[in-house]
Design a protein around this ligand. Structure first.
Ligand code: SAM
Length: 229
């Protein structure tokens, strides 16, 4: 590869601490200062979050369960999980993102969620559930299996991971530049082969239990829930 992971990571960290923070903080809010593309992405992302929360709700008894959200952004998933009674530990490589999430949680009176700055490789501990939503887009192909393995090592029971699937159609969209439209094209975007993710889950002793696909005009996210067997 031409670029090392360190370069990818540095680029992603800088982006999400600066212009990426402004862009995504707006998308992940109710702000009306978004264009039609950003609004479409917001709607798609909201659907992914809702699908996860519906799965968690369907399982019942969230109170006291521990959740680890890797690459938590502004807390779009971590905050509602905490509101459902979970003990949440959430982190993000971007200090700006992690701080925003902490502030949002504090303003809502949430005390059972902690937010800190960390790349997900450095996250340690054991949790009932580990989530990693729409983060893999920033992961180079050759690091993906390892990343999934690390998430699994943190999970006692289950992992939920989403990624933009590598299909000919999305590849084409990416190539013609419609995949990430707008001026903020500052990070490389990686699509992932579903088989790579599935194989890594299997290798770590997990079995896919539920799956979803969410696609709008500008947002594509394959969601897998895997349970330890
Ligand atoms: N998971 C959140 C959600 O669904 O609302 C945020 C998704 S956002 C598209 C991607 C996030 O991943 C950003 O906040 C970014 O800083 C974070 N991120 C990217 N690479 C990361 C890494 N290696 N470790 C931790 N976080 C990372």
């Amino acid at each position: 590869a031409l670029f090392s992971t360190v370069d990818d990571k540095t680029e992603v960290r800088e982006y999400f601490n600066n212009e990426g923070f402004n862009r995504w903080n707006k998308i992940y809010s109710e702000s009306d200062e978004v264009n039609s593309v950003q609004l479409d992405i917001r709607k798609g992302h909201d659907m992914t979050i809702q699908k996860i929360l519906n799965w968690v709700k369907a399982d019942g008894d969230t109170a006291g369960k521990t959740f680890c959200d890797c690459g938590c952004g502004v807390g779009s998933l971590a905050i509602p999980l905490a509101q459902m009674g979970a003990q949440v530990s959430a982190s993000d490589i971007s200090d700006a993102m992690a701080r925003e999430a902490a502030e949002r949680a504090k303003s809502m009176g949430i005390t059972n969620a902690k937010f800190y700055t960390s790349d997900l490789e450095s996250v340690t501990g054991k949790y009932n559930t580990v989530t990693c939503v729409d983060v893999a887009i920033h992961y180079p192909t050759d690091k993906m299996a390892e990343m999934v393995g690390h998430l699994c090592s943190l999970a006692d029971e289950r992992v939920m991971i989403s990624f933009a699937p590598k299909t000919w159609y999305y590849e084409l969209l990416k190539k013609i530049g419609e995949f990430f439209p707008g001026p903020s094209k500052t990070t490389r975007a990686y699509l992932h082969e579903e088989s790579v993710v599935r194989d890594a889950l299997k290798k770590a002793g997990f079995e896919v239990a539920r799956e979803e696909m969410t696609g709008t005009s500008f947002y594509f996210s394959r969601l897998l829930e895997a349970k330890r067997v």
